[in-house]
Design a protein around this ligand. Structure first.
Ligand SMILES: Nc1nc2c(c(=O)[nH]1)N[C@H]1C(S)=C(S)[C@@H](COP(=O)(O)O)O[C@H]1N2
Ligand SMILES: [Mo]
Length: 330
């Protein structure tokens, strides 16, 4: 098996198969760029979970904070959380089952509160190591206490200006910077402070840390697309490092199997916790030919994705995304 076939197959995995992939062709509107907007509309944001979404009622929903705590407080109501100091942030979510990020990566503007502000109300005991989230669909996952206490770890209740949609975790979900979707639980009903915890996906062999790796996805062209020779074609996509390498510095494209690289234009960006969107105008040769398109990112730390990925502490990088297309004559 050719290595690039392996990469494509490995991008489709258990966690990514829980819901069918969003198949291209649903909207055959010829958009020039993919992703085409910096903020993904809620209706287009990918959805992934272990079962059916849980429809929770804000009036009766309560979230307890339990476990190794210094001070007990009554279960919180949504209005208690909304009354706290709020924070807004643009954040990209990406599924661990789609490391390249062609289908299960989206970006939204969220509003919520700092998890830290809630944990400070109860006071974690000195022996606490992890914060466990239990969800209405029986999903559960834990994050290290030091991640929970980060200033940018949020419990979100709004997404793109509206209450969190049911599909994305109404009324409350976690936004855990730097980590794949598995560590961003939805429909939270309990927060438990503990010494250790084995989470839902870890029990099934998935990475318990789930740090996002540096990656670049090619949105246009799509796999197998026919590109008209003799014209300009805009190759486009997204790149994301979730802040682990200081954010994306540049994105490059190669159409000669990685011998030479052309710098793409980054046309939309925010903080390193959101993706960057890039495009590169390619003057397509006037000759019918198969073509392979590669894209790679370089982060502000100086590291560049390479053909076989990259093991850089603490998170590394995934290999180039490669797209097979065909130049055809009009
Ligand atoms: N309660 C709950 N939260 C969950 C999951 C789940 O199955 N149940 N799946 C996780 C995974 S694997 C991903 S990729 C993200 C997807 O979030 P989204 O559906 O809002 O895009 O949700 C995460 N949070
Ligand atoms: Mo995921």
């Amino acid at each position: 098996m050719k290595r690039r076939t392996f990469i494509k197959l490995s991008a489709i995995s258990a966690a990514g198969m829980v819901l069918p992939l969003q198949l291209e062709g649903q909207t055959e509107v010829k958009s020039l760029l993919k992703p085409k907007t910096f903020v993904t509309p809620n209706a287009d944001f990918y959805i992934l979970q272990i079962g059916d979404p849980k429809v929770l009622d804000a009036a009766t929903w309560r979230m307890g904070i339990t476990g190794l705590i210094e001070k007990r407080i009554p279960p919180l109501r949504l209005e208690d959380i909304v009354a706290m100091e709020s924070v807004e942030a643009t954040r990209t979510l990406k599924c661990i089952g789609d490391p390249i990020g062609t289908e299960q990566m989206s970006n939204a503007h969220w509003k919520g509160v700092r998890l830290r502000d809630l944990l400070e109300k109860v006071g974690p005991k000195p022996e606490v190591k992890v914060v466990v989230f239990r969800c209405a669909d029986r999903y559960h996952t834990a994050i290290p206490l030091e991640d929970a206490m980060r200033e940018d770890t949020l419990l979100a209740y709004e997404m793109n200006g509206v209450p969190l949609p049911t599909d994305h975790g109404f009324p409350i979900r976690l936004l855990n910077p730097g980590h794949y979707g598995t560590k961003n639980p939805k429909w939270i009903v309990n927060i438990h402070l503990a010494k250790a915890h084995e989470s839902y996906w870890e029990k099934r062999g998935w990475d318990p840390i789930a740090n996002v790796k540096l990656g670049t996805m090619i949105g246009t062209p799509s796999e197998g697309e026919e590109i008209t020779g003799g014209k300009v074609y805009t190759v486009s996509g997204a790149a994301f490092d979730a802040g682990h390498h200081g954010g994306i510095k540049k994105v490059e494209v190669s159409i000669d199997y990685g011998q030479t690289w052309q710098e793409a234009e980054i046309w939309a960006k925010d903080t390193p916790l959101a993706w960057v969107l890039w495009k590169w105008d390619w003057q397509v040769p006037e000759k019918a030919n198969p073509v392979e398109i590669y894209a790679r990112a370089t982060a502000n730390s100086g590291i560049t994705q390479d053909e076989i990925g990259l093991e850089v502490e603490p998170v590394g990088a995934i290999p180039y995304h490669m797209i097979d297309a065909a130049i055809v004559m009009p």
